[in-house]
Design a binder for this molecule. Structure first.
Ligand SMILES: [Zn+2]
Ligand SMILES: [Zn+2]
Length: 167
């Protein structure tokens, strides 16, 4: 079973149903940009050290009314990366545009997204993929990127209710 190790935790205001809807959409975007599962937090019932990073919808001030703000504090204390949105979108040469995910930058200043560094991974087979061929499915409060082919296989198998992701 894959652990949360490479999963992102996504934090945004949760006061109204519209806020929660925006949070859910934001988490989908993070899953897309990172090629890794993303969980959206509506409560504090998360162990921040199980996540690769926390992504915030805005600066900490904009989250002051969010009950999940405490998770940001816990992450900072624990040394888990906390990312505010990028000042401006970054486009990988492959065309993937990042608003939140931090690309890998080489010595020459070239940027590479997770897909280009092979750092994305199908939650089922663990293999890297082209985000264009990926399906991002919803499991509880998690967006899970998978190969379209793997999803197809899962849907036709008897174990389709079991994904190798802790949610
Ligand atoms: Zn790329
Ligand atoms: Zn796969």
């Amino acid at each position: 079973m894959l652990a949360h190790a490479r999963t992102s935790l996504v934090i945004a205001p949760t006061s109204t149903p519209a806020d929660v809807k925006a949070l859910r959409a934001f988490a989908h975007q993070v899953a897309y940009e990172t090629g890794r599962p993303a969980v959206w937090a509506t409560d504090t019932d998360h162990t921040v050290t199980e996540y690769a990073a926390l992504y915030l919808s805005g600066d900490v001030t904009s989250l002051r009314d969010a009950p999940t703000l405490v998770l940001v504090g816990e992450a900072l204390m624990a040394g888990v990366d906390v990312f505010e949105p990028l000042d401006r979108p970054l486009e990988c040469p492959c065309g993937l545009v990042m608003h939140y995910a931090r690309p890998y930058v080489d010595e020459a200043g070239e940027i590479f997204c997770n897909e280009c560094t092979g750092d994305d991974a199908c939650a089922w087979c663990g293999g890297p993929f082209d985000m264009e061929d990926a399906e991002i499915i919803e499991r509880g409060k998690t967006w899970v990127p998978l190969h379209a082919g793997c999803l197809e296989g899962l849907r036709s198998s008897t174990s389709s209710s079991v994904l190798p992701v802790t949610v």
